[in-house]
Design a protein around this ligand. Structure first.
Ligand SMILES: Cc1ncc(COP(=O)(O)O)c(C=O)c1O
Length: 409
């Protein structure tokens, strides 16, 4: 007779604080779907769920690589032609002090590798609050205490410099800057980047500049797009890793292709870069055939971006107008990426708000507390990727829900 396993297999205790609210809400949505309802998904930042298509020449490049037999392991740092294309991209971004580049299986892996290669037990890194939850998940996994700094809603969600100074300790090794920002849609000004650089210089901090949305800047009312300003271009002397990737700008999140661009003083970043390469070798390589699409993506036609930016502008305007008219809602206007982070004035937690919204109106957004937004404030994140009709239906549902559950104000 087979012996049965009597004891439950416990997950590691250090995972207790890992939150991934975006996907955790899926359980609530599943209940609703089982009852036969359709859920409007304003929760996941995947453009391919909506009316956005991957540029065909990029698909062709990956397909050709597979047909040409590029299906074995790749070099650990990435294939040479992709590395060269990423260096070219760094130059276009105005980064003059590039010391190294490497390819990863998505910015998710860049984040994991760069934090793992830097932080010792007892040290920490400053992460924004609200944040993109992967950062805190990786830190929990490594057993590193969280050290969040505030983004200031009253200052268009800019990093709060005084809070950064307050939270930094002699054990702080790095600061994360997500620009354009998820979940707020904010963009940092040049002056803000200069201030952060000054703090990094003064305290020997590495800057992790997560710029995965750098080509998704919303056009102004004339349809003009101000190019994104890279942190590393403003502060070439500061040790920095710029995170970039294909998922958002080139509409292939399922391919899992990202990269890191190391910049700063050559001698200063050398040992850290070597540490990163040890981890790159240990995990063998990033996805191989898809790497052949990096050069055609970065150097080929960028026409799709005009269409993407146009759609995002229109959907952002619709979102903004709704926020202005909806009861109990206010919102800082997003300037990049495809997220809005409205504040709601309600007498219960934003987690209850989003769960009940899914159950009653079948609209799925993510609660601000799921992004580590500070207690005592209530927010939710909207992904405004869906077409205008879907957004209008979703927003009518949210407004009805707020009126019915909480009254006008
Ligand atoms: C700020 C930010 N960084 C990193 C990632 C992960 O990107 P990737 O698909 O390249 O792993 C995301 C994905 O949504 C993100 O919003």
């Amino acid at each position: 007779m087979p012996v049965t396993q009597a004891h439950q297999v416990a997950a590691a205790k250090r995972l207790e604080n890992v939150r991934y609210a975006i996907r955790d809400l899926a359980c609530v949505a599943d209940e609703v779907i089982k009852q036969g309802h359709k859920v409007l998904p304003l929760n996941v930042g995947d453009p391919l769920n909506f009316d956005f298509q991957t540029p065909p020449h990029i698909v062709e490049a990956a397909y050709k690589a597979m047909r040409d037999g590029k299906n074995g392991y790749a070099p650990s740092p990435g294939i040479p032609e992709a590395l060269e294309a990423i260096r070219g991209e760094a130059t276009r971004k105005g980064i003059t002090s590039v010391q190294d580049v490497f390819v990863t299986s998505g910015v998710s892996e860049t984040v994991d590798l760069c934090i793992s290669a830097l932080v010792n037990p007892g040290e920490d890194i400053l992460t924004p609050s609200p944040d993109y939850p992967l950062y805190s998940a990786v830190l929990c996994k490594l057993g590193i205490a969280l050290n969040p700094y505030d983004l200031n809603e009253d200052d268009a969600w800019q990093p709060e410099l005084a809070d950064i100074e307050r939270k930094r300790t002699p054990r702080t090794r790095a600061i994360v800057l997500i620009n354009p920002n998820n979940p707020t849609g904010a963009l940092c000004s040049r002056q803000m980047l200069e201030h952060v650089a000054e703090i990094a210089r003064r305290h020997n901090l590495v800057v992790f500049a997560d710029e995965i949305y750098d080509k998704l800047i919303l056009p102004d009312s004339n349809g003009d797009v101000t190019p994104h300003l890279a942190f590393a271009a403003v502060a070439p002397d500061v040790p920095c890793i710029t995170f970039g990737g294909m998922s958002k700008n080139y509409l292939v999140p399922g391919w899992r292709i990202g990269w890191g661009i190391v910049s700063g003083d050559a001698n200063a970043v050398k040992p850290y870069t070597e540490g990163i390469h040890r981890l790159l070798r240990a995990r063998l390589c990033a996805n191989h055939p898809e790497q052949y699409a990096i050069k055609p993506a970065l150097e080929g036609p960028q026409d799709h971006l005009i269409e993407v930016q146009r759609k995002l502008r229109s959907r952002c305007d619709l979102t903004q107008k709704w926020c202005e008219s909806a009861p109990r809602v206010s919102c800082v206007a997003p300037r990049g990426a495809f997220y809005a982070f409205p504040r709601i004035d309600i007498p219960e937690s934003d987690e209850v708000f989003v769960k009940e919204l899914i159950r009653q109106k079948h609209v799925m957004v993510v609660h601000g507390s799921g992004f580590g937004q500070k207690p005592g404030t209530q927010h939710f994140r909207i992904v405004f990727l869906p077409d205008e009709r879907t957004l209008n239906t979703a927003y009518a549902g949210i407004a009805d829900f707020i009126r019915e559950r909480y009254g006008k104000a």
